[in-house]
Every structure is written in C-alpha cells, then in structure tokens.
Design a protein around this ligand. Structure first.
Ligand code: SF4
Ligand code: SF4
Length: 111
C-alpha cells in the first residue's frame, strides 16, 4: 500500500464488527438513515447487516479489499466516526486480518 487513505481499498471494519449506537443518532445532527438500522435493545440500534455472525453493513458499497465506500458517509453513526484507522495494534488490523488483508504498520498521514 503506497500512501493515500488505505480505507478506500479496505472496508474490513464495515464487515467485521457490530455497529451499534444510541437510537437518538437517527434524530441527531448525524441523521443516520433509520431504514438502514435495526433495533438491538430498547435504547440501541445497529446498522443493518452488522448484527449477524458474518457482519456486513448494508451501507458498504464495493467488495472488501477492493474499491469501497460508505453510501451514508455524511450520515454515518458515531462508532464509524470514532473508529481509528491506522490503529496498528487495535481493531483496525484485527478486522483487516479477518479479511486476509495485511496489517497497517503506521499512520502515513501523521508521519
Ligand atoms: S479496517 Fe482500518 S483500514 Fe480498513 S476501512 Fe477500517 S479503519 Fe480503514
Ligand atoms: S455506516 Fe458506513 S462507515 Fe459505518 S459500518 Fe456502515 S459502511 Fe462502514
């Protein structure tokens, strides 16, 4: 991988974790599209497709490891906004490994 944003050719985290968040995010400034969510408790929703044994968010476009994008990028929920790309020791590389993608070793943006 040579420079640039590795997320644009990855998407592994969108097809690995359950993406759950407080239901109020559909009515917040984020305005997460409610039809793309499902309830997982009285107070929490999840992005559809992520609350299953082989998760894949319904908003993910493209194939993991190829050219991908989030169809609701401007309205994505908090966990997606807070997720740390380039977190070499953490969840990012766990998701990448699960999809057979090589680990990211550093942050080319911060370097
Ligand atoms: S797993 Fe890491 S590199 Fe891949 S899309 Fe998510 S944050 Fe970006
Ligand atoms: S809402 Fe977008 S960024 Fe969040 S998991 Fe789904 S595709 Fe990925």
């Amino acid at each position: 991988m040579s420079g640039g944003n590795p997320c644009l050719n990855c998407g592994a985290c969108c097809a690995f974790f359950r993406v759950s968040f407080y239901w109020g995010e559909v009515h917040s400034d984020f305005a997460v599209p409610e039809p793309l969510t499902e309830p997982v408790s009285f107070t929490r929703l999840a992005m559809r497709g992520t609350n299953q044994p082989s998760p894949r968010c319904v908003a993910l476009e493209g194939e993991v490891g190829g050219c991908v994008s989030c169809s609701i990028y401007e309205n994505r929920p908090g966990p997606c906004r807070d997720f740390e790309a380039y977190d070499a020791e953490g969840a990012c590389n766990r998701a990448r490994a699960a999809h057979g993608l090589p680990p990211l070793e550093d942050n080319p943006v911060a370097a």
